[in-house]
Design a protein around this ligand. Structure first.
Ligand SMILES: C[S@@+](CC[C@H](N)C(=O)[O-])C[C@H]1O[C@@H](n2cnc3c(N)ncnc32)[C@H](O)[C@@H]1O
Length: 137
């Protein structure tokens, strides 16, 4: 399994700008993707944390991973404003592991950034509890 470092300051600058002025249609899809979630959620590659505002109050905790440090900084600020508790860690999807299973895993606009999406997807299914959900946008 690849475990590369994610250090992409150019992409981080571009993504900060793009994600701060998203079309309404994309924001609606973000909301729909998170509707009905509850319990503990893992979000992969959170970027600037644009999804955080859309988590419903039935979610008790979001663990968000964002390995690009410039984006993780912005995501941490967004976590402070989120309607539910969010912590941001710097792990890659490849490296992240958890003893406690999650009720759901959220991937939005992210698997295209990952070298071996099939491998990561298999790993995510092992992290989600039996009967849990993968939400993909
Ligand atoms: C196109 S952005 C999408 C950000 C966010 N999910 C959203 O919906 O706005 C892709 C994100 O995946 C992150 N990423 C890239 N490789 C990753 C990896 N191996 N593990 C976790 N995240 C990764 C990037 O740093 C970036 O923040």
């Amino acid at each position: 399994m690849t475990d590369r470092t994610v250090d992409n300051p150019f992409f981080a600058r571009v993504w900060k700008t793009l994600s701060s002025s998203e079309p309404q249609a994309l924001r609606r899809l973000r909301g729909e993707n998170l509707t009905g979630l509850s319990g503990r959620v893992l979000e992969i590659g959170a970027g600037t944390g644009t999804n955080f505002a859309f988590y419903p109050p039935t979610v008790t905790e979001v663990v968000a991973i964002e390995p690009e440090r410039h984006l993780a900084e912005v995501a941490r600020d967004a976590a402070g404003l989120a309607p539910v508790p969010v912590t941001v860690s710097s792990d890659t999807a490849e490296k992240f592991s958890s003893v406690e299973p999650f009720d759901a895993v959220v991937c939005s606009l992210v698997l295209c950034s990952i070298d071996q999406p099939e491998t990561v997807l298999r790993q995510l299914f092992s992290i989600v509890r039996p009967g849990g959900e993968l939400r993909y946008l």
